[in-house]
Ligand binder design. Sequence first.
Ligand SMILES: Nc1ncnc2c1ncn2[C@@H]1O[C@H](COP(=O)(O)OP(=O)(O)OP(=O)(O)O)[C@@H](O)[C@H]1O
Length: 280
Amino acid sequence: MSTPAAQHAPGRTPGGGTAARARGLTKAYGSGETAVLALDAVDVDIARGRFTAVMGPSGSGKSTLMHCLAGLDTVSAGRVWLGGTEITGLRERELTRLRRDRIGFVFQSFNLVPTLTAAENITLPMDIAGRRPDARWLDQVVDTLGLRPRLAHRPAQLSGGQQQRVACARALASRPELVLADEPTGNLDSRTGREVLAFLRGAVDDLGQTVVMVTHDPGAAAHSDLVLFLADGRIVDEMPEPTAEAVLERMRVLPAGGPREPGSVPVRRRPGAGRTAEED
Ligand SMILES: Nc1ncnc2c1ncn2[C@@H]1O[C@H](COP(=O)(O)OP(=O)(O)OP(=O)(O)O)[C@@H](O)[C@H]1O
């Protein structure tokens, strides 16, 4: 469970498919002279049952991509699907329900409720939704994350790594179709960070979950099955079975990134960029 993805057998999980998909996904912030193009006609397929990392320089559009895939942000152009559901065009109420029922989120700052126990934090989103957790699934998640002895503890009684494990369990509790993790190890020391990555890896390998993780850390990306490299709002490359060294090397030659004005640079696509997982 704790082995980097490079040591896992390559190939898709049985019954794979696409958990999320975007075509021509474009996001501009602002308008006129101050407008910036955060995403520029991105095509992406997120393979079901796999662990995908998103890397790129600061300002390259990683968080925007994540937010658009989750329906947390509106798109300027293009289409986004979660499974078979097109989310572009859904009303806010439908989006709220879709996020609650079908997507799990893990953030850099664990976002736990301090007055609740670990167990209560884990089931909170389902409690709010009036949904009953599947007890067997929840047991599996709690055991995979090694949280059984900590369930009665409040966040302040847990280490940072344990708190992030609780946040991971909360994201997995409803057995979502997609788990989105934005810099999940950003606030952790390297040892506890590796622990959390091993658990995310376990969520994919042992529980069949689909995880997309934004990270700046090549070592974290090495736990994934596939790294997508963003630069200037475009997917410029991808790397299956990444190693930390290969990711670091690839990052060195990425453009410095940052937003730019719409239309200021002609759309030019590297060979293979935006290729779908199906086509590999
Ligand atoms: N709410 C916003 N309003 C205006 N511009 C925004 C907004 N959100 C993002 N941007 C712009 O879009 C660009 C892409 O932002 P995004 O946060 O997706 O980049 P990132 O790759 O996640 O960066 P970082 O690694 O620093 O978190 C940013 O550089 C920023 O200028």
